[in-house]
Write a protein that binds this ligand. Structure first.
Ligand SMILES: [Zn+2]
Length: 112
């Protein structure tokens, strides 16, 4: 792993998990973007599944498919949630799928 990506990864990780949700909130519900952003960001709570793992946090481990709420079964559930005609359900669904996309990006960078 070279120095550049090591500096970039935490930035992409935390920015992806905590800043982008508000941009998504703005995109899906401009008139109420702050609340929408908070709901999208709250999808980060799927990381609570890490509490079931041992060790709870391992920077060298890829979350995708390792943790219960980061597996393909969970992806199916999040994708189905988009079909529920409630804007906040969609916000949660998009937030969870986005969360997995960010984690997946981490795994790709880990492999470099
Ligand atoms: Zn995660």
């Amino acid at each position: 792993m070279d120095g550049g990506i090591e500096l970039l990864q935490p930035f992409l990780h935390y920015g992806g998990h905590w800043l982008v949700p508000f941009a998504i909130g703005w995109l899906i519900r401009r008139e109420d973007w702050l609340r929408a952003g908070l709901i999208v960001a709250s999808a980060n709570l799927i990381d609570l599944d890490h509490l079931l793992a041992d060790p709870i946090f391992d920077p060298e481990r890829c979350s995708i498919s390792f943790h219960l709420l980061h597996g393909w079964e969970a992806v199916v559930v999040y994708a189905v949630m988009i079909a529920i005609p409630r804007w906040w359900m969609r916000a949660l669904s998009i937030g969870a799928l986005w969360h997995l996309a960010v984690d997946f990006g981490d795994c790709q960078m880990m492999a470099l």
